[in-house]
Design a protein around this ligand. Structure first.
Ligand code: SF4
Ligand code: SF4
Length: 366
């Protein structure tokens, strides 16, 4: 059973959210696990251009300050995406990070795109899993001596939710790795719902969507299974087919997460920010209404316990009126109101099975 620390969202004049983050950092023992001159990757998601609910850059500051106090070298990092967007190569990714406010004067640490400009900067790590013998992890993050994983906890159309495991498993996979992670999820476009607007065609990075007679079709040979067409379609015409596809991508992501942590035993700390809990992930170029109100910030050295605890807290919260979760009951999974098939069970149970962490936890409220 792992320990999860929790500081609720409510703050006051002498206990701001930044004060609360500092208390959490002190509680975890993060600083004592870092040696002078260690390079420390602070894994974040810089937010797609247009999104407004990514983790606020100011939250990175207490972490970079703590790392510097230990005499070590912090840098903010993420790896490039496979889909077309504002973070699909190292140059545009860096520009997006700066535009979204991840600047040194705010965060206290420079931005380094972990897999370089063309996603060719990686290290192969042996995991000997059910799906992968070796995984390809973004080089600068893998070579860092320690890691702090800051995750905006929110919904996801394949995983149910996006938290710490997905942040490193999918987030630190290089493009080639991301393609293999998604390769079992191929969506289809529903004939009776597609109006032929073409939005998905312009978004698809593989040119896998063809337009014919006023509607669209997916070319399965070209499709990578990235799921972006599902998120951008305003008519819910693009959908995934089978639950077993989701299970495979979730389990594969857990194997990638195991690889990302392999050389950082007792040198990685995870923080989930349950703020602006939107139905979709931060790869979209807009932010929908949150499913529930802000809950707070959680921390643990165990990403499985941390994600399980975060998920449980969202399920127990009241649904936000007018959001995609509107009508969900206390205790009900708020994320599945928007994406009914996206069950996170495979991720959590397989992550536990391969030794990434434990689902059982104790929650210490600070
Ligand atoms: S975005 Fe949706 S409605 Fe528009 S063409 Fe694509 S599948 Fe059809
Ligand atoms: S068709 Fe959809 S899932 Fe397939 S590559 Fe294009 S955007 Fe991604």
């Amino acid at each position: 059973m792992s320990e999860v620390y929790f500081t609720p969202r409510k703050s006051s004049w002498n206990n701001s959210m930044i004060d609360k983050v500092e208390t959490l950092i002190g509680k975890t023992g993060l600083v004592s696990s870092i040696n002078p001159n260690d390079t420390v990757a602070i894994k974040v998601h810089f937010g797609e251009g247009g999104l407004t609910t990514f983790l606020r850059p100011v939250y990175a500051r207490p972490f970079s300050d703590a790392v510097k106090k230990a005499g070590a070298l912090p840098f903010l990092t993420d790896a490039n995406t496979i889909y077309k967007g504002t973070r699909c190569d190292g140059v545009n990714h860096l520009k997006t990070a700066l535009k979204n406010g991840f600047v040194y004067s705010v965060t206290g640490a420079p931005v380094v795109i972990a897999d370089g400009i063309n996603s060719r900067n990686f290290e192969e790590v042996e995991v000997n899993g059910k799906y992968f013998k070796k995984v390809k992890i973004a080089g600068e993050a893998q070579r860092a001596k320690a890691m702090i994983v800051l995750s905006h906890f929110k919904g996801h159309e394949i995983f149910g939710f996006g938290g710490g495991i997905k942040n490193i498993g999918m987030g630190l996979a290089v493009k080639e790795g991301k393609l293999t992670l998604h390769s079992t999820t191929k969506p289809k476009i529903k004939k009776n719902k597609c109006v032929g607007c073409g939005l998905c065609v312009s978004w698809c990075f593989r040119d896998a969507i063809e337009s014919k007679d006023g509607r669209c079709f997916i070319n399965k040979e070209r499709c990578s299974g990235c799921g972006q067409c599902i998120m951008v379609c305003p008519h819910k015409a693009a959908v995934f087919k089978w639950q077993k596809d989701f299970s495979a991508v979730q389990e594969k992501t857990a194997e990638y997460a195991l690889g990302a942590l392999k050389n950082k035993k007792n040198k990685t700390w995870f923080f989930n920010f349950l703020l602006d809990i939107t139905p979709e992930c931060d790869c979209l170029s807009y932010s929908d209404s949150p499913l529930v109100g802000d809950i707070g910030i959680l921390a643990s050295s165990d990403p499985v316990s941390l994600d399980q605890a975060s998920y449980d807290l969202v399920c127990r919260a009241a649904a936000m009126p007018g959001s995609k979760a509107d009508g969900a009951l206390i205790g009900e999974d708020k994320f599945r109101k928007g994406y009914p098939q996206a069950d996170p069970e495979a991720l959590l149970s397989y992550a536990q099975k391969i030794g990434l962490g434990e689902r059982k936890y104790t929650l210490e409220k600070l």
